[in-house]
Structure formats: C-alpha cells, structure tokens
Design a protein around this ligand. Structure first.
Ligand code: FE2
Length: 201
C-alpha cells in the first residue's frame, strides 16, 4: 500500500459507514524498543455503534473476531491473545470512544501519565484497573479531544477463557466503584463530553 510502512491490505466501509482498513506486513519502526514512559503499540479501539448487532457482525462474521465478553453497555472482541482489540458500545451514532496505547507495564502507565501531565494533558479518568480485560488504565484528552488511554497488563486469553455474563461484570465491584481497585473516581465531565464527539464520516 502507498502508506508509510508499506505492506498490503484492503479497505472497506462497514454497515455504519466507518472506513476500515485491514493491513499486513507493515514495516516495524526503527526505534521500537520499549521506553519507560512511552507507548509501544496501539492496544485496542472502542467504537460507539448505533447498530450494535450489525457492527458486531462486521467484526465477528466479516473479519473473524471472537466475542469474548459482553457487559450491559459494551461488547469486547478478540483477535489474538489480548482479551480485546476492539470493543463496541451502544451509542446514538457511529463515533469513536477512545484509542488505547499499550505501555510496557504498570510503572510505565504511571510514568507515561506523569509525562502527559507535564505536557499539559491531565488524567481524565484513572489510574485504575478495568473489569473485562483486567487492564490498568489512565485516560487523557489529546489534540481535538480524542480520548487516549494508556494501558498495560491486558489479560491474555485462549480458547479456554470462560466468557462471563453481563450480570457478573455488573456485580464485580462494590457499588460506586469505577475500577477493580476502588481508587479511581468517575470519568471527568470533559471526557464524558468527548466520548461521542469524534464522528466517522
Ligand atoms: Fe480501553
């Protein structure tokens, strides 16, 4: 493909009009070594869907993802050993919720958060540990209010993973908690406003 990094692939518009690209054999960047306060790769994306079941079908039936867990609001889709690489949330329109970047470990999530704060991007939600996927998280608003998540320790899964019910996830934490540790408050109002702002053309 005529994109930075090369490789080959194809692109298509899904049922809700999102333009998706599937690519392979993209070149590895020259300085891909882990750094204590920088992401190593994109971990997952969360997309809001007006047609939830139709969007799930695109990823599950069209692209071969596996539905690994569902909560009352989210459907988590897996395409490898990470618990999820795509998640879909109920929404009024096809919009971007957030993009998550994988950090090397928990310490890197914290050091990356410090680097972001120094750069003028305070934590909007976190630091905490999610229910589905069990990953550590810290959220920021980037340029144009894109929601960025720094994450690590995403649960590694295989065919033996026991998919849990929405009820299980709803009752995992005590009432009022927004993460497994109980240390994170709720997302900021700025983040709540941003999580449906980026529309897919
Ligand atoms: Fe996430």
């Amino acid at each position: 493909m005529s994109r930075p990094g090369g490789g080959y692939g194809f692109a298509f518009a899904d049922r809700e009009g999102r333009k998706l690209a599937v690519s392979s054999d993209v070149a590895t960047h020259g300085d891909a070594a882990d750094s204590p306060d920088r992401p190593r790769k994109i971990s997952h994306c969360v997309l809001n869907a007006a047609d939830m079941e139709g969007s799930i079908a695109v990823f599950a039936e069209g692209l071969g993802f596996t539905v690994i867990d569902r909560t009352g609001h989210l459907c988590f889709l897996c395409c490898g050993s990470d618990h999820h690489s795509i998640a879909l949330g109920h929404g009024d329109a096809p919009t971007l919720h957030h993009i998550a970047f994988e950090m090397a470990d928990l310490d890197s999530v914290m050091r990356g958060a410090g680097r972001m704060r120094d750069a003028g991007y305070p934590i909007e939600w976190g630091v905490g540990r999610h229910g589905p996927g069990a990953n550590v998280f810290s959220y920021f608003l980037g340029p144009d209010d894109y929601i960025i998540e720094y994450t690590s320790e995403v649960e590694q899964v295989d065919d033996s993973y026991p998919q849990r019910s929405a009820e299980y996830w709803a009752n995992l934490n005590p009432p009022g908690w927004t993460d497994r540790w109980g240390v994170s408050g709720p997302p900021s109002e700025r983040m709540k406003a941003a999580q449906t702002r980026i529309a897919f053309a």
